[in-house]
Design a protein around this ligand. Structure first.
Ligand SMILES: NC(=O)c1ccc[n+]([C@@H]2O[C@H](COP(=O)([O-])OP(=O)(O)OC[C@H]3O[C@@H](n4cnc5c(N)ncnc54)[C@H](OP(=O)(O)O)[C@@H]3O)[C@@H](O)[C@H]2O)c1
Length: 278
């Protein structure tokens, strides 16, 4: 099993900012309108306390509406929900963008803001994120789509606040364990996006022979084995879904454990190739 595997599969971890972050959340890429609002509400009702959005997704308003509705309905309190959003790297108005995200989400602080990817204005955007932490508009900051020690190190060395989280494409076929192990030593968590390979590739993951064999042994679904693998291997993860049944299924992973031998079999599926090149 990997050196950094969580000892007890925690439901949350403490970030280098001092704040707790749930290990499993709902991703909202491609979810819009009522579908998005209903998916986020269903997730909160199921027990999720981490919701991942981005300015680029155009759904912060719907995410905020769902959270507000869940609070009104007594499902959760604002301080129990961990909201992540992301700033586009090409913006020239990052301070204004943060204020706009606060307004769209309908909250007085955002738990985690990520630089969405490497782009034209990375340093300016990251500096604005550091300022917003000092102004208590943001609690933790991080980066996304940075795959090497060298590129992540820049944000550790050259700014007032290091990233707490690096959100990257990460799945059974692209595990990037070296970055995870190095990041752990820097007190930084890697958060997996595309845990099922992302739209267009989910079959390769959910119908994988090794995954299905392990699923059968535990009386669980392929999706549950994959989510459990991410968390047991020391990643945070945010499977995306518009379907309340899938949302509930993906969260039902706390009552079993993958053995060392199963973890090894799943780790052996790594091909080192990712789907995206951004
Ligand atoms: N930082 C970045 O650049 C970046 C890039 C991409 C994604 N992300 C984030 O990461 C999140 C996850 O990635 P993703 O949503 O693109 O891909 P994903 O989580 O790998 O896969 C989502 C797909 O899996 C299906 N699915 C979910 N649960 C299932 C289940 N139990 N059984 C069968 N199918 C299931 C969904 O369909 P249904 O809707 O039918 O359930 C959807 O088509 C995103 O939502 C987003 O928040 C970040």
């Amino acid at each position: 099993m990997a050196a950094f595997a969580f000892a007890e599969t925690p439901r949350s971890v403490k970030l280098n900012s001092g704040y707790e972050m749930p290990t499993l959340g709902l991703g909202t890429w491609t979810l819009t309108g009522e579908t998005c609002e209903n998916a986020v509400y269903a997730a909160l009702k199921t027990g999720y306390r981490l919701i991942d959005t981005a300015r680029y997704y155009g759904n912060e308003k719907e995410v905020g509406n769902a959270i507000a509705r869940a609070i009104t309905d007594g499902i959760c309190k604002r301080e129990e929900v961990f909201i992540t959003t992301k700033l586009v790297p090409w913006t020239s108005t990052p301070d204004k963008d943060i204020d706009d995200s606060l307004q769209k989400l309908g909250v007085s602080y955002i738990d985690l803001v990520l630089l969405h990817q490497h782009g034209g204005n990375d340093d300016t955007v990251y500096k604005a994120m550091c300022r917003a932490v000092k102004a208590e508009k943001i609690r933790s900051i991080g980066i996304s789509n940075f795959y090497t020690e060298k590129t992540v190190s820049h944000f550790i060395k050259d700014f007032d606040i290091p990233p707490a989280v690096v959100q990257n494409e990460n799945h059974l076929f692209f595990q990037n364990n070296a970055l995870r192990d190095w990041a752990a030593k820097q007190n930084i968590y890697i958060e997996s996006y595309y845990p099922f390979g992302g739209r267009g590739h989910t079959k390769e993951h959910l119908q994988n022979k090794t995954v299905l064999e392990i699923a059968k042994a535990h009386g669980k679904t392929a999706a549950q084995i994959i989510v459990r693998w991410h968390i047991q291997a020391g990643f945070l993860t945010i499977p995306g879904s518009s379907n309340p049944a899938h949302i509930a299924e993906n969260f039902d992973i706390w009552d079993f454990e993958l053995t060392d031998s199963e973890m090894k079999k799943l780790s052996a599926l790594d091909t080192g190739r990712r789907y995206e090149n951004w």
